[in-house]
Design a binder for this molecule. Structure first.
Ligand SMILES: Cc1ncc(C[n+]2csc(CCOP(=O)(O)OP(=O)(O)O)c2C)c(N)n1
Length: 367
């Protein structure tokens, strides 16, 4: 298990990454055994497969014109599934916008997620997920909220943690640094997870920072920080479990740089072939977290993989029916968009409402 000794040995300053499985799913250390049971490993694999299937279908709904812009999760799923395994009901999940599997594990329904990406704010009202903030598009702003939640937990003597997500690009925002500093000074139980997927839209890591990695940024604030292979489910699970246990012992915040690769586009409005090479994509395709876990399962005979097609077919039905439920949800009323900010609508808002009404009339009501 990842422990204090492992943390000491994986000094962020030395750029040493914690990983347990090789790219082809073999233990890197002879005799290593997972701390998860066989059932847990198989369940993690199924959850990963479900996230991947739902994610690919979401892109396809968008391509069919049935959903607006969507940020694909492809390649980053091990981070999300490992988080889902570690996070507890009483913990807060503070998302950015690319953690689908973790949201599902927290109890958000696919119908709500689809509703959100169809532009309906009601999708942010999670009816089943306890303690989760809505998706946060203003980059890194969610981290200050996470630090505040952690402060409130200490204030109320609650024994729980906050799992807060951000991307590599988000670490260049002031909010990232303010949140880390606040979290350290007030010793709050926040686990910062940086999904370093190598790109912030088209900006590569080399243009993002001159630091040796992102984990070192936590050290400046005296926050224990470690670089982890984000495509290695076992490694992520161990480090997240350790970070949570530390928080429960009152040891305050923790920073995890989960190194991964965004195998898809930034969003469905983006074309990554314009700023990255095929070689780079192939290099990372070999590290695919799903393939890696599958190889481990296969080598250890944990699950009859011939059932996989049937499983995926079942998932697809389930995902389609959630999407259809989102499509059947009543449209947002135009008035609702404008009505609730002021008791008397200012002229500027009236003007905007007018423009929108004219647009709807001209486009025959299409939104
Ligand atoms: C404060 C702010 N600035 C700019 C944007 C536009 N924007 C949306 S996503 C994004 C890149 C984010 O990159 P990263 O943090 O690495 O996360 P990733 O998208 O790779 O998951 C930018 C600049 C924004 N949403 N918010």
């Amino acid at each position: 298990m990842f422990n204090q000794d492992s943390l000491d040995k994986h000094r962020a300053l030395d750029n040493r990454m914690f990983q347990l499985l090789s790219e082809d799913g073999k233990p890197l250390e002879k005799g290593w055994k997972p701390s998860l049971s066989n059932e847990e490993i198989v369940q993690a694999y199924k959850d990963l497969l479900f996230e991947r299937t739902a994610d690919l279908m979401a892109v396809s709904y968008q391509r069919q014109g049935r959903m607006f812009t969507y940020p694909p999760n492809l390649g980053q799923e091990a981070i999300h599934i490992a988080t889902g395994m570690v996070i507890k009901e009483e913990d807060w999940l503070v998302p950015a916008f690319r953690e689908l599997g973790a949201w599902l594990a927290k109890g958000v329904s696919l119908r709500e997620i689809f509703l959100y990406f169809k532009g309906n704010e009601e999708g942010s009202h999670f009816t089943q997920a306890n303690r989760m903030l809505p998706v946060s598009v203003p980059i890194a702003s969610q981290l200050v909220h996470a630090a505040g939640l952690g402060y409130a937990m200490n204030y109320n003597s609650e024994k729980a943690a906050v799992f807060a997500f951000v991307g590599d690009g988000g670490t260049s925002e002031g909010d990232f640094h303010e949140a880390l500093n606040f979290a350290a000074v007030w010793n709050v139980p926040v686990i910062f997870v940086v999904q370093n997927n190598q790109f912030a839209i088209s900006v590569p890591m080399s243009m993002q920072t001159k630091s040796v990695n992102i984990a070192v940024k936590g050290l400046a604030y005296n926050v224990p920080s470690v670089l982890v292979d984000g495509n290695d489910l076992f490694a992520m699970h161990e480090v997240l479990s350790f970070a949570r246990a530390q928080a429960m012992e009152g040891k305050g915040p923790f920073l995890i740089e989960a190194r991964t690769f965004r195998m898809g586009a930034h969003t469905t409005s983006d074309d990554p072939t314009r700023y990255r090479t095929r070689e780079e994509e192939e290099h990372w395709a070999a590290k695919d977290p799903l393939k890696r876990l599958k190889s481990f399962i296969e080598a250890n005979n944990l699950f009859d993989l011939s059932q996989e097609d049937e499983l995926v077919a079942e998932y697809k039905k389930q995902i389609d029916s959630s999407f259809e439920a989102a499509e059947q949800h009543p449209e947002y009323k135009l008035d609702d968009v404008f009505a609730y900010m002021y008791s008397d609508m200012p002229d500027e808002l009236k003007r905007q409402k007018n423009i929108y009404e004219n647009y709807l009339n001209q486009s025959g009501g299409a939104k």
